[in-house]
Write a protein that binds this ligand. Structure first.
Ligand SMILES: Cc1cc2nc3c(=O)[nH]c(=O)nc-3n(C[C@H](O)[C@H](O)[C@H](O)COP(=O)(O)OP(=O)(O)OC[C@H]3O[C@@H](n4cnc5c(N)ncnc54)[C@H](O)[C@@H]3O)c2cc1C
Length: 396
């Protein structure tokens, strides 16, 4: 039976998509509780804006299935709401022979995931798609798109309200417990009573997802900051769509890439640097509570032991624009360190299990009447509308 009153914690794209799905399609009274004074202030508002076509994800995984469905749903949603959606396409470029095995495996995965229009290009054909890019071979995904995720989030919020629901800003949820007549949610901030009972609660707290609504410790969120560079106006048209490296399969991150934005600018990034604050967007942001949570988690030390070399390399790129661009310029040699300025950054919530494994797939758990989205990294923005269908299915 579908519940009547659902509380959703988190006004990022996943929480809002879940709220809208329940309110519009299932007639549920939805209350979204968001701690910031505006929607999409964290991952949703600091991402690359890419609508992924499903190249990378393990066939059959939640990421693979929900990304494919989510892309369709998102394209229709953007068309319906007049939100920018540009299928400018993407290349994944292999530069040297050592990448052949990974490149072939990626092509196979992409085909198994049914990535539409996928083609393998040889070195000479790359220039037909991206005249300034170079490489030995590339995968071309013409339907990979870009959009404006904060605008999508705002439109989802408006739909929740239009369906009779509430989107309450400045409400930080401080406690969730199972009561006899439902789930009791307590919050700080706002003029209204700071406690309410819901039939069900869905927690989509992004960077705080290991702290809200969960009783057991772990997986713990380890924050990775992704920094962007903006390409100077005179060179921003040298890339038409997106140019990505072949990713290292040991990591859930896709590698620094060239990405067009819907406002016509061109960015390079994001890298992946261990962050000392979950919601710290400056390079020196430090939150001692966040650091303490990470260092107390055995899984973190296992990640650190296994990947410290990569960590040092990423840090070097973070400290020096030249080091950052040395790797990126190999894909588009006409754009170098003198052609970029530092732009913003985002922080990824990467869940890490006790054994040190970086949780790869989306992870959604339910205990009593509380459902928690525990790991929703990229492509969760792309997949958000499909994640919402999935969660609504769990609630029924
Ligand atoms: C640098 C970067 C690049 C990315 N690029 C892409 C991309 O190109 N394409 C793609 O598909 N995905 C991308 N992603 C991933 C994508 O942005 C996220 O997967 C997605 O935004 C997750 O949405 P969310 O709603 O779960 O989290 P968030 O957007 O982080 O929202 C969580 C919300 O919960 C709120 N909250 C937390 N705790 C509480 C509390 N106690 N009470 C009330 N509210 C609370 C927060 O304030 C926040 O608004 C990227 C992410 C990053 C960081």
């Amino acid at each position: 039976m579908t519940p009547q009153r659902v509380g959703v914690v988190g006004g990022g794209i996943v929480g809002l998509a879940v709220g809208r799905e329940l309110a519009r399609r299932h007639g549920v009274h939805v209350t979204v509780l968001e701690k910031e004074q505006a929607l999409a202030m964290h991952q949703t508002g600091h991402n690359s804006g890419v609508v992924h076509a499903g190249i990378y994800y393990r066939p059959g995984s939640l990421k693979a299935t929900l990304c494919a469905r989510g892309r369709h749903l998102l394209r229709d949603f953007c068309a319906e709401h007049g939100i920018a959606y540009d299928e400018c396409g993407k290349l994944v470029v292999a530069l040297d022979p050592s990448e052949t095995g990974r490149f072939d495996a990626l092509e196979k995965t992409a085909h198994e995931n049914g990535v539409p229009g996928l083609r393998r290009l040889d070195g000479a054909e790359i220039a037909d798609v991206e005249p300034y890019a170079t490489g030995r071979a590339a995968l071309h995904s013409p339907r990979t798109a870009i959009t404006d995720y904060p605008a999508v989030a705002r439109a989802l919020g408006a739909q929740i309200e239009a369906a009779g629901g509430e989107v309450l800003l400045g409400r930080e949820v401080t406690g969730i417990r199972q009561g006899v007549s439902g789930v009791v949610v307590r919050w700080a901030g706002g003029p209204d009573p700071a406690e309410r009972v819901f039939d069900r609660v869905v927690v989509c707290a992004g960077l705080q997802s290991d702290r809200v609504g969960v009783s057991e410790r772990g997986p713990v969120v380890v924050p990775f900051r992704g920094e962007y560079m903006r390409v100077a106006a005179g060179k921003q048209d040298l890339v038409r769509g997106m140019v990505y490296p072949v990713p290292d399969p040991r990591y859930p991150f896709l590698g620094v890439h060239f990405t067009r934005r819907v406002d016509g600018t061109l960015e390079v990034g994001p890298n992946a640097v261990l962050a000392l604050a979950r919601e710290g967007y400056g390079r020196w942001g430090l939150d001692l509570g966040d650091v303490a949570d990470v260092v107390r988690w055995p899984g973190f030390w296992r990640v650190a032991a296994a990947h410290w070399r990569t960590g040092v390399r990423e840090l070097a790129g973070s400290l020096s624009v030249r080091a950052y661009m040395r790797a990126a310029s190999r894909y588009v040699p006409a754009i170098g360190a003198d052609d970029v300025v530092r732009a913003g950054s985002g922080v990824r919530a990467q869940a890490v299990d006790r054994d040190g494994s970086l949780v790869d797939d989306f992870r959604i758990t339910t205990s009593d009447d509380v459902t928690c989205v525990r790991n929703a990294p990229s492509p969760a923005a792309t997949s958000s509308l499909a994640i919402a269908e999935h969660v609504a299915g769990l609630l029924r």
